[in-house]
Design a protein around this ligand. Sequence first.
Ligand SMILES: [Zn+2]
Length: 124
Amino acid sequence: MINPLLFGAAAGAGVSASSAAESARASSAAGGAKRDVAHLEDRLERLSLVCMAMWSLIQDKTKLTEDDLMERVKMIDLMDGVEDGKATRNVQKCHACNRTMSARHRKCLYCGAEKLAQSAFDTI
Ligand SMILES: [Zn+2]
């Protein structure tokens, strides 16, 4: 015989434990996302610093001006046909299976072939 009070209490406890576990998973995922964002912000700051240092060196060693740089930024921005302030990478086909490769992965998601670097920026 099932005691409805006990069954109800157990079911209620199960839902509560499940909600608590789900809340803990969501909290952990949010913490991981915060760490990822902090890591990316740190990398962005370091990359910005290196870019500024390189540009400073280039200006010291050449006759290039800020206008030259801005013109080149616009030219590279427009290489994908859209002036959006972003350098979009070209879609790359896998040299082994000829499927489209993910820009975020170093290997083909279909056959596992290594992505061939077409420029120094493909190695980043
Ligand atoms: Zn492939």
